[in-house]
Design a protein around this ligand. Structure first.
Ligand code: ASP
Ligand code: MG
Length: 401
């Protein structure tokens, strides 16, 4: 049972968490609990470190930001003990949650759990500080923002849990952002692959890495509300979903910016010449389109980067202008990427066409298209975000009654 920051935001809520855990224990289950820091706390800790030194020692950053989870895991253990539940807290280093040494975004490498399993069998509830680990340098590490989801999935995989429940402030995964589409529906089930696409596209319910890990180790994940007592969304293997929807969700990401280089030469090595320097500058490139050379010699190259990398990408390209040879650099950050996601599209024709038609009917111009096995994405002008998402939600029959 993993509880996010809003679920442990204050003492009253921690008491409610303890009640919820006790119910599972009383039902005869062996339970491990993973908690986040109280909501807002990690942000504050990050700000303090930045205020002292923008380029601080990442090992000390980890010591600071890991502290939020230390508080909530101790408090949750106390709250459980107050209810008569045998419980104890576990900090990352005590388990130990062994990670690599990439401070600030460490990856879990091993969780020895013989001791834990013995204690579960003896009826003790383990309350873990999420987010924390210990590096091979014997220093505290953290798993990146939102990392306690990954702590929970990793622990579930390590101890061979039947299920990993992620309690949060939403009651599940929706077909799209309910703030944009009032008719968005909560999904009963979604596949790992689809969840991964949703998370990558900015649906912030789960840390991407936690979904990757659940998929790899086949951990049955549930996203559910910590405030209401009702089933959430199960994230499961594709085989478990009998009636596959063609499309399960519509996602959008405003974090896109478009760059076009006109009249680049159409010959071997040109793409490598453009994207090499961008990769060296750590610019992550997303959609890429290159057309054929109409005149047999030059063509245009269009691609997108995140808004945060936009200026750097332009600088890098201008700095390499002599080597790259292009006529103009045209850029536009007023764009949004809208995607339809569904494992059903692997085996069905006409899914893309439905998307293009729905957008055309609203007079929305498509600037760039890219596809993968289970996703079609288009780049459109940012002012059409809401209109596009709503139109697609309706077009794929996702609107609730
Ligand atoms: N407290 C950490 C964060 O805010 C980890 C988490 O909540 O998942 O990023
Ligand atoms: Mg979170």
């Amino acid at each position: 049972m993993k509880f996010g920051g809003t679920s442990v935001a204050n003492i009253e809520r921690i008491k409610a968490v303890a009640q919820r855990v006790k119910r599972e224990v009383d039902a005869g289950n062996e339970v491990a609990v993973v908690v986040s820091a109280m909501s807002g706390v990690t942000n504050q800790l990050v700000d303090w470190a930045k205020e002292l030194a923008p380029l601080h020692d990442a090992r000390e950053y980890d010591v600071v930001v890991a502290s939020g989870e230390q508080v909530t895991c101790g408090l949750t253990a106390i709250a459980l003990q107050e209810l008569g539940v045998d419980a104890r807290s576990w900090l990352g280093w005590q388990v130990p949650i062994k990670t690599d040494d990439a401070h600030g975004k460490a990856r879990i490498v091993d969780i020895p759990c013989d001791d834990l399993n013995r204690r579960f069998a003896a009826g003790q509830v383990a309350v873990f500080a999420g987010f924390q680990g210990i590096g091979s340098d014997n220093r505290v590490t953290t798993l990146g923002r939102g990392g306690s989801d990954t702590s929970a999935v990793a622990l579930a995989a390590a101890v061979g849990a039947d299920r990993c429940d992620i309690f949060t402030d939403v009651d599940g995964v929706y077909t799209t952002d309910p703030r944009i589409v009032a008719k968005a529906r909560k999904l009963d089930k979604i596949t790992y692959e689809e969840m991964l696409e949703m998370a990558s596209l900015g649906a912030k319910v789960l840390q991407i890495r936690s979904v990757e890990m659940a998929m790899k180790h086949r951990v049955r994940l549930q996203v559910l509300s910590s405030f209401e007592d009702k089933p959430g969304t199960m994230v499961v293997d594709e085989e478990e979903i009998m009636e596959k929807e063609l499309v399960s969700g519509i996602a959008y990401s405003r974090d896109e910016a478009k760059i076009t280089l006109t009249r680049v030469a159409d010959k071997p090595g040109v793409a490598a010449g453009i994207f090499g320097p961008l990769a060296d500058a750590n610019v992550n490139v997303d959609m890429i389109v290159q057309n054929i050379a109409e005149d047999g010699q030059t063509t245009d190259m269009t691609f997108t980067v995140s808004k945060g990398d936009f200026d750097r990408a332009k600088q890098v390209l201008e700095a390499n202008r002599d080597k790259l040879v292009f006529r103009d650099l045209i850029s536009d950050s007023n764009v949004v990427k809208v995607s339809v996601i569904g494992v059903g599209m692997r085996s069905h024709a006409g899914i893309a066409q439905r998307m293009f038609k729905a957008l055309a009917e609203k007079g929305i111009n498509i600037q760039v298209i890219s596809t993968s096995e289970i996703k079609i994405s288009v780049l459109v002008a940012e002012e059409y975000t809401e209109l596009a998402v709503r139109a697609l939600h309706t077009a794929y029959g996702l609107d609730s009654e």
